[in-house]
Design a protein around this ligand. Structure first.
Ligand code: ZN
Ligand code: ZN
Length: 712
């Protein structure tokens, strides 16, 4: 009879011998050997390492046949099954064991928590207590994690109490850290801090748990305090401490401390650790130091999804959309799969540049990666299509979403609003009740905007009145401004003025909105009154000065205009220059009024002449009230002809004369009345659709009409 091999290190030979032995055992009488614990133990250990489940099963059968229910070996076997990922086998064996050591309970509980089966872990913990087995520090560190995962604050506190009674809370930094981590996850940082203060020998894990907690609860200042305390105690931070504290620096936009900590990470040798490197990148972009974040990114050897996403998100947040899109393409080229955050961020970049074609390509990728029904990506897509004036697409994305909550609904209402689809916006607003969604401040703002852009004055007034009595809505100046605009544009200037006086602290924006309404309706007297209010609140408000000088100009009061202009010059105020953009074949062209800097300038002006001849035949008369200089009639007309939006449209038509595509232009200010009329007539004369997005809204010009119904 062969003996069970004792030398576990010569594993293969040992196990083969054992197998022979086991087979022989089936037929032969029981072997004479005594509990060969070292051999069983070492064989189990080997199976753990090689994750060999068949061999483990043989050992188990063998042990059972030999009647070996030794406590220590049983735990080893349970542990062996767990290491091989056989939770069920481990549990079955565990349940069959007549006696169990606390270590066995611990391994099973820890395994449940690790595999996100925290509920079962907690159930086992409760049974352990009932059976009178005293938990130890390992038990506690596992169950605290389970309570945090399950959000069971009360139960977590009860277990905390027991750990205090058993003396683990203060004496074991292991338990202390797990407790701090649990309370941090519950967001009860006061309790986390109290525990941390009581632990006798603090280590890096405990401090890091505290810093992560503060950072995630948005208490970035406190995170800094703890970090300093940790350094002053001579405890060396690890990769995770750096990762977390750098995020806090970013949130505080404290680039000075951030840079200092960057130096410390280099000195501590953690600069190339992925977690701290990604946080460094995020810190620099949150502090607005985009170039530094790009430098950090260069040092990444194999940037992963999180890193690429942090880079792209940071670039978009800092208004560097073009680089963000090129980095995104780099990400795709490196075969790193984007997630919904990456997608929503690049889609946001496309919306702010109104890059519809790129956006559509990204939409195709979204579908390829199966995120078409994801609400974050979906919301970004709705926003993109809304901002590019393609409401049909926005609506079809919206209809395809699996889960509707406030974000996509608000975005959809806003898209309808922007594009002048007032009734559709109102219908969706009504449908929210069916969907069980309560409106928030943003919803109200979007729906009021929809009423404003579609001229739905009565509907807007009803919604506004009911929202005023809704306690969960916090009416802001923005809401009032929207109402003032709605009434003002409809010519109900007295009511608009009344509304402003109802506001507790009317801000300058509100008065300025009323002032714009006065300008639209050429209400010079009220305008003067309102301008005084604006200038009282903001003596250097260039908007008011410009508006007032425009007003004087439109009534031909050139002396006052000159007066205003010299006043403005004195105050060194400059009018924001009007600019228009057009995106043709992935290239953005920028135009300013009277601009001749474009390489195709001659063709553009030629096209302009041609268009004006055509539309004069359709009854176009230049509206020189929109000219702000004191010029003769001919010159006034000439200065109107070369407004930036007209140049952009002329260029787009010249460049794409053989195509039937829609022309999309972008303007930084509100489109003027003459250009509005001009574009309506051009759309009819050339049989093309023109979509213009100005500072206020969208205009879809088609066959001599505009979607705004001349109301903007
Ligand atoms: Zn114009
Ligand atoms: Zn319009």
């Amino acid at each position: 009879m062969q003996a069970i091999p004792c030398n576990s290190n010569r594993n293969t030979v040992g196990f083969a011998k054992f197998l022979n032995f086991a087979r022989a055992f089936e037929t032969l009488s029981p072997p004479t050997l005594s509990d060969g614990h070292p051999s069983y133990a070492s064989l189990i250990q080997r199976c753990r390492e090689t994750k060999s489940i068949t061999e483990l099963a043989i050992i188990q059968t063998h042990m059972l046949k030999r009647g070996l229910s030794h406590l220590g070996l049983g735990s080893k076997l349970v542990d062996g099954f767990l290491k091989c990922g056989r939770m069920n086998c481990a549990r079955k064996l565990f349940d069959e064991m007549p006696h169990r050591h606390v270590v066995t309970w611990n391994s099973l509980i820890a395994a449940y928590v690790k595999h996100r089966l925290s509920e079962e872990g907690v159930r086992l913990y409760d049974r352990m207590i009932l059976e009178g087995v005293m938990p130890d520090d390992f038990t506690f560190s596992s169950v605290f994690k389970a309570f945090a995962d399950l959000g069971l604050l009360v139960e977590g506190r009860r277990a905390h109490g027991l750990s205090v009674v058993l003396g683990f809370e203060v004496s074991s930094v292991f338990v202390g850290s797990a407790l701090v981590d649990m309370y941090a996850k519950f967001g009860t940082m006061q309790e986390a801090r109290l525990v941390a203060d009581r632990v006798l020998e603090k280590d890096v894990v405990l401090f890091t748990a505290l810093i992560v907690g503060y950072s995630q609860c948005g208490e970035n200042g406190e995170a800094m305090v703890v970090f300093r305390e940790m350094i002053s105690k001579g405890i060396k931070p690890n990769e995770y401490t750096f990762a977390s504290i750098l995020i806090s620096c970013g949130n505080l936009e404290d680039s000075l401390t951030g840079k200092f900590i960057h130096c410390v990470t280099i000195k501590s040798g953690f600069e190339s650790a992925v977690a701290s490197q990604t946080s460094l990148l995020t810190m620099y972009s949150k502090c607005g130091l985009v170039d530094d974040s790009l430098k950090v990114f260069k040092h990444f050897v194999n940037p992963n999804q999180v890193t690429w996403t942090s880079l792209v998100v940071g670039l978009v947040q800092n208004g560097r959309e073009e680089i963000a899109l090129s980095k995104f393409r780099g990400m795709i080229r490196s075969s790193v799969i984007p997630n919904s955050f990456t997608f929503s961020s690049v889609l946001c970049a496309c919306s702010s540049l109104a890059m519809l074609e790129q956006g559509k390509q990204i939409h195709a990728m979204v579908l390829k990666f199966g995120l078409g029904t994801d609400k974050y990506t979906g919301t970004a897509l709705i926003d993109l299509y809304g901002k590019c004036g393609v409401v049909d697409m926005a609506r079809s994305v919206f209809d395809g979403l699996l889960e509707l909550d406030l974000a996509p609904v608000n975005t959809m209402i806003y898209s309808f609003a922007q594009n002048g689809f007032g009734h559709e916006a109102l219908a969706l607003y009504e449908r929210m009740k069916e969907l069980g969604l309560a409106q928030n401040d943003q919803t109200l703002l979007s729906v009021l905007l929809a009423c404003r852009n579609a001229g739905l004055v009565d509907e807007g007034l009803v919604i506004f009145a009911s929202a005023s009595s809704n306690p969960s809505i916090n009416l802001t100046n923005e809401h009032y401004a929207c109402m003032v605009d709605l009434l003002g544009r409809a010519g109900r200037l007295r009511e608009a003025e009344m509304l402003v006086t109802r506001v507790e602290n009317p801000d300058v924006v509100l008065w300025r909105t009323l002032l714009s309404a006065c300008r639209i309706h050429w209400e010079v007297d009220m305008a003067k009154r309102v301008t005084n209010m604006v200038l009282e609140l903001a003596p250097r408000d260039d908007g008011a000065h410009v508006l007032l000088s425009n007003l004087f100009a439109s009534t031909g009061d050139w002396n006052r205009v000159i007066e205003m202009k010299s006043l403005m010059r004195e105050m060194r105020l400059r009018k924001n220059p009007a600019m228009s953009w057009v995106d043709i074949d992935r290239e953005v062209h920028t135009f300013m009024a009277g601009d001749r800097s474009h390489p195709n300038s001659n063709e553009i002006y030629g096209m302009l002449e041609e268009l004006i001849e055509k539309i004069k035949g359709l009854g176009y008369v230049p509206d020189t009230r929109f000219v702000l200089q004191d010029l003769g009639d001919k010159e006034k007309e000439r200065s109107l002809y070369c407004h930036s939006e007209k140049l952009a449209v002329a260029f787009a038509l010249w460049k794409s004369s053989n195509r039937a595509t829609t022309i999309r232009i972008l303007k930084n200010l509100r489109v003027c009345g003459d250009c509005h009329n001009w574009m309506k007539l051009v759309s009819r004369a050339v049989g093309r659709e023109i979509i213009a997005r100005d500072a206020k809204r969208f205009h879809h010009f088609r066959d001599g009409m505009c979607s705004c119904g001349d109301y903007w």
